[in-house]
Each structure stands twice: as C-alpha cells, then as structure tokens.
Ligand binder design. Structure first.
Ligand SMILES: C[S@@+](CC[C@H](N)C(=O)[O-])C[C@H]1O[C@@H](n2cnc3c(N)ncnc32)[C@H](O)[C@@H]1O
Length: 232
C-alpha cells in the first residue's frame, strides 16, 4: 500500500468512526460502549480530521476569563464536561489553568484523561443527559464542554445542568456542531434560559473551524448574578 493510499484509508476509517458515533441517539449504554471501543484510537482519528474544537474552547475560555473572571488562572476552578481523553484539559493547562476537574460517561475515555495528569478530580459514568448528582450548585468558576453538543450525544437541555454547577457570574463555554445546532434548535435553549433569567450570552463565535468536514458555533454564556426564581 502506498503512503498516500494508507493515509486515505486512515482518514476514511476516522470519518467512519466519527459518523458512527452520531447515530447513538443519546443512549448512555450505547455511547459508553461505543467510546470504550474508540478510546484507544480517538485522538489519532480526530487529529486526522483536523479537530480544533479543544484549542478554540480553551483559547476562548482564556480570553473571556481575562475579560470577565477575576483571579489567578492557577486557582480558577474549571469543570470539563464530557472531557473524553483530556484534549481540552491539556489546552487549558497550556494556558496556565491548574484547577481543572472533569467528567465523562465513558470510563475508557476517562482513563486516558487521567493519564494526562492535568485533572485534579475526574469521574466516569456521569451522564449529562441526567442530573449531575455529586456536583453541587455553583461549584465552578467556569464550565467548558467541547464535542459533546453534537449529533447523537447530549440534548440541548444539558446546558441547564452546566449552568447550575457554575457559580453566579461564572462562565459556560461550549462548542455546538453546526448540523446539531440546527437539528436540535440549540439556540432556542439558550434563549429559553436567558428569558428565565438564568444566563446571558456573552459571545457566539459563529461557524468557526471544528472538524474538517464541518464547523461549529462556540458559545460563551455568563451565569446570572441571582438567577430569577432560583436556579432552574
Ligand atoms: C467527541 S468526544 C469529545 C471529548 C473531548 N471533550 C474532546 O473535545 O476531545 C465526546 C465525549 O462525550 C462523552 N459523552 C457522550 N455522551 C455523554 C453524556 N450523555 N454525558 C457525559 N459525557 C458524554 C463521550 O464519552 C466522549 O468522551
């Protein structure tokens, strides 16, 4: 097999695995099983597909933290929701953040994230399609979530839980794959939470690079000082 043919075969296999992950209907058992089989080759696959979501989420977080969240980076607490193998955590660490926790549905992905050494605490078997039990209200200064608001994974109302675990005036930074944003009406959830007085959108970076085949929108949301009517 020539080098070029081998490269094309690897890229096609990566695209296939990414596409297969999109048809799991948010079913926690199927997602956990799928990622158990994918954990070993995940990073190589997404590299082939020029996945830059983690860099963008981390750099947006850095810029918006400097603009809106006081404090030394090393002590600003960040929750990486759906941390996978730890790509976002590693980018955040590169930018000087040191108090990073993470969770994911998949134990196999979390195992890889643990090996990076950048997370303080990290948990597996945590489902963002349910309540995040074990995470009290207002626990973090910033919550980030990359590659999870995507086809077949998490419903837009997962945003409500991300907001709940973030402190008043803290930030929630998420990537939202474009085709998912349209299919799942993600922006409607943002507007609903804004109208309920729970958060305000600070920035939306529209149609930024994400994967070679498709872009994403990157939202930065600020949790309200005093969520109207209590926290949702
Ligand atoms: C495409 S990967 C993104 C991982 C990492 N954030 C990144 O950017 O590389 C999606 C991750 O979401 C996790 N996931 C899928 N559904 C989930 C859910 N309902 N709750 C928590 N994590 C979930 C998967 O296990 C997987 O690790």
């Amino acid at each position: 097999m020539s080098k070029l043919t081998k490269q094309t075969a690897l890229e096609e296999a990566a695209q296939k695995r990414i596409k297969e992950s999109h048809v799991l209907n948010g079913d926690a058992d199927r997602l956990a099983k799928y990622y158990r089989g994918w954990a070993d080759s995940y990073e190589l696959d997404v590299e082939h597909e020029q996945y830059c979501g983690p860099i963008i989420v981390a750099e947006l977080t850095g810029a918006l933290q400097t603009a809106y969240v006081e404090g030394e980076r090393a002590v600003i607490t960040i929750l990486d929701a759906g941390c996978g193998t730890g790509l976002v955590g590693m980018e955040l660490e590169r930018l000087g953040f040191r108090s990073i926790d993470g969770f994911d549905l998949s134990e196999a992905m979390v195992e890889k994230a643990r090996e990076t050494g950048v997370y303080r605490h990290i948990r597996a078997d945590v489902d963002l399609n349910s309540s995040l039990t074990g995470y009290p209200d207002a626990s973090y200064d910033i919550t980030v979530c990359c590659g999870v608001f995507t086809l077949g994974h998490v419903r837009p109302d997962g945003l409500r839980e991300l907001t709940r675990v973030t402190r008043p005036r803290g930030l929630v930074v998420v990537s939202v794959r474009k085709s998912y944003a349209e299919a799942a009406s993600f922006e409607d959830e943002v507007l609903r939470l804004q109208e309920a007085g729970v958060l305000e959108p600070l920035q939306c970076l529209n149609d930024g690079r994400y994967l070679e085949e498709e872009g994403a929108h990157y939202w930065v949301l600020r949790v309200a000082e005093k969520p109207k009517g209590g926290r949702l």
